[in-house]
Design a binder for this molecule. Sequence first.
Ligand code: KIV
Length: 315
Amino acid sequence: MSQSMTVPAVRARKASSGTGGKGAGGERVGAEPLVMVTAYDTPTARIADRAGVDLILVGDSVAMVVLGHDDTLQVTIEDMVHHTGAVARARTRAMVIADLPWLSYHVSAHETVHNAGRLLRAGARAVKLEGGRKRVPMVSALVDAEIPVMGHVGLTPQSVNVTGGYRVQARDPEAAQAVVDDAVALAAAGCFAIVIESVPDSVARAVTEAVPVPTIGIGAGPACDGQVLVLHDLLGLDGGAAPSFVRRYAQLEADAVAAVTAYAADVRGRRFPSEAETHHLLEDASGRPAQPSGASGGATRISSPRTGAGDRRAS
Ligand code: KIV
């Protein structure tokens, strides 16, 4: 089995730290792009790890994807600790990064470090937080406490009440420059990688060229040093509501509905359970199964001449 992913190994995947930055057509070349997906529990973490991803993000998107909330503001540090623990118990080779939820890093550096520490004790190896230059003091406090931090710029869903929705960000030159400046400040403060969400491809390219750490894009085009998708979106487990930048690699929701429909039809048609799916009592010496002996004092008694009642299938 290959080695666990580490922060230095992630840093080394900066494209320009490979064979020199750009190919003949101006495309970014060098280190292999980083692959990140979200996971929120042990089975989804196991799936991601068996598929060989580099990074597993316990995203605060758990609020919308798994818990049925309308935005990510509804999850607490307790929720994130709970889900991070479930992901960590899959004991993945991929590095587990946990989102600091809204309000867990906005009040003070002391609270930020304390909350990030809870995520690390639950099994994360790094944390992610949203926002640009105004987060620099919190990033510095985390780095001082030996807690690796991933930044997140562009569309920052925890700001939905300020931005008014989940729209593509940085479409004019001033806003685009602000995203670049934010990313540069985060990298200078010590972030080991930066997520760029929902910005034009040229903005993501400018950020990627401006910072010395890997960028990981979502809805940010191909120029980033890696890509991230919400696992449920790429698996088609999203209720049909995936954004336009998502590529679906499976239709698991449709497959699951078909499977449960088939089960329901088998139960209603008395085709489930079959003989092989049924437990039986132990057989007696003559090979006869023990039989219920009939009602006695209101209760049915089960007798077996040799061993008494028992079950020949352990599970
Ligand atoms: O919470 C999340 O899933 C995220 C990704 C969109 C990067 O932050």
